[in-house]
Design a protein around this ligand. Structure first.
Ligand SMILES: CC(C)(COP(=O)(O)OP(=O)(O)OC[C@H]1O[C@@H](n2cnc3c(N)ncnc32)[C@H](O)[C@@H]1OP(=O)(O)O)[C@@H](O)C(=O)NCCC(=O)NCCS
Length: 170
């Protein structure tokens, strides 16, 4: 298997990356139950999401291969209550043609490094049939805590969701 780890550039996302970021997200939305969006995210909502991340200091990073965005990852506010401010939720997406080549691992380890010193806990919210994501997060030190049975609903199916966490100060 061709590992892309040494061929990709990881950098902070800029506004011009948003169409590619959104394309990768929307492909997963429309073709899987791995996120619980049921409609593609509009360009307008993608810009709002990006600007809120910049304003609140939550990172969005991309993986670039020969000038093309092939994956992205972000930290986001976990919940609004301020008692959760030491926790951030992690998202990671790789384009379907570049999976299983180390890109997700590189994005995730980059964000974990960026999160150290700023957050105490990272959370990944993973659908229970998403073996690649469960394996990726486990490989990066996340622990599957609890599976919430049938908490989600998409494509006429109730979906189990596993919360995985990684404590950064251990
Ligand atoms: C989950 C995802 C980000 C993984 O990214 P990736 O670049 O394929 O991950 P890596 O190549 O770094 O692989 C990391 C580990 O994940 C596991 N993995 C990745 N793809 C896999 C697959 N198709 N089948 C089984 N395990 C897989 C492996 O354990 C792998 O480690 P290994 O290469 O030592 O076997 C990617 O599959 C993806 O974008 N999926 C759709 C979006 C999504 O589900 N995002 C997560 C939402 S919680």
């Amino acid at each position: 298997m061709d590992n892309l780890k040494d061929k990709i550039l990881i950098r902070q996302a800029i506004k011009e990356d948003l169409p590619a970021i959104n394309g990768i997200l929307n492909y997963a939305t429309m073709n899987t139950n791995y996120n619980l969006n049921t409609k593609p995210r509009s360009e307008h909502d993608a810009l709002k999401w990006y600007e809120e991340h910049i304003r609140d200091g939550y990172p969005v990073v991309i993986a670039e291969l020969r000038g093309q965005v092939i994956g992205w990852a972000s930290l986001s506010r976990f919940r609004e209550y301020t008692g959760y401010n030491t926790t951030a939720e992690i998202s990671v997406y790789v384009s379907v043609n570049h999976r299983h080549k180390g890109v997700g691992t590189t994005l995730l380890t980059t964000l974990i490094t960026m999160a150290r010193g700023k957050y105490h806990c990272l959370v990944a919210v993973v659908t229970d049939n998403n073996w690649a994501s469960l394996a990726l997060h486990t490989r990066c030190g996340f622990i599957a805590n609890t599976t919430f049975r049938e908490i989600g609903y998409k494509n006429n199916t109730f979906i189990d969701i596993t919360f995985m966490t990684k404590l950064l100060d251990d």
